[in-house]
Design a protein around this ligand. Sequence first.
Ligand code: GLV
Ligand code: MN
Ligand code: MN
Length: 412
Amino acid sequence: MNIAIDRDRFLSEIDTLASFSDAEAPAVTRIVFTPTDLKARAWMKARCADAGLTVREDAVGNTFARWSGSEADAPVVGTGSHIDAIPNAGKYDGVVGVLGGLEALRSLRQSGFRPRHSIELLVFTSEEPTRFGIGCLGSRLLSGTLSPDSGKKLMDNEGSTLDEVRHRAGFPGDLEQVKLPNGYYKAFVELHIEQGPRLEREQIPLGVVTKIAAPASLRVAIEGSGGHAGAVLMPDRRDALCAAAELILAIEDAARGSGAIDTVATVGICEVFPGAVNSIPARVRLSVDIRDTDLQRRDGLVRALDAKSSIISANRNVSIQTELVNADAPADCDPAIIEALSQACRQQRINFLPMVSRAYHDSLFVSRIAPVAMLFIPCRHGYSHRPDEYADPGDIARGTLVLAETLAALSS
Ligand code: GLV
Ligand code: MN
Ligand code: MN
């Protein structure tokens, strides 16, 4: 089989998709169900239809583009990723897996290959947590990790529920129908940029993912007492931001001191009320992201945050409420798919590194209902979630070729 990746077409599609953005280039901002996201989705569906794929969408906007196999009832081989992008992101995160999946399917069709198992390209809704505060919304619902009832109640910053937002976006179906049956997928493979520096440092063109680390996130609400920045003397203060500062550094300390390099913790959102230079902060909201490859250690850090909150709350006479948004288990990738990816790399004489994914991905949730694995390509300096995210065209093409070979093997 001679698979020819059309690198120029694929690269120009990456650029076109990046032009659907609410930030000025090179930054990309594409938040789920905004007019920009809906335009990008329409463009993406048209590309899938052009490629001869049959497109369907579920009630949360997960998009499935299918190439039917000769055995209509056989379990499906899936690939795909997401096209939503956090504020001020780059153009490769998620996109490489979606457009790479599409290019893999197109190149396989052109090579004359005919699958036995249907192959499906999936574009997941809202892998990024920006709008509803929880990542991997589409894959959580599709795998049954998030119940339709809990999903319906999720709220965005404007106070609109997921149900209201998806209806307005043109997805009125029944959320109960989103979950796929166990056994629907024979295998699922996601191509993605590494989002870390390892492949580049070790000068290895591809990574085969063996495990996906366990993410957790929390919201913290701190309530102190506001007042005049000139008139309230220091002994009388109950400054919510000072309490938050102490807590943020305690979280950093706990992650650094966990005893393992695999523990990471980030406070990425800090909202201060009322937010005036001459007003003592009365309330603060934090969003905390904690991850580890080891579930017990990750949970230990979550407990440490709670314990530290109680101490700070007592010392500073402020109230601190923590709400656990998600605490997910890690996933092991499937040995047979890892072997299929490794075999495809060997066949193409491409060196690869077995590695852990420290970022989360939709594959983490698909793994609850299907065997999964992932293929990583390097990104410059390991940069991701920033506008200067960059992946080399040669690496993108190599990853896509290995993906195509692997999909062919799995669907035969
Ligand atoms: C995905 O975007 C992540 O934060 O790992
Ligand atoms: Mn991301
Ligand atoms: Mn991603």
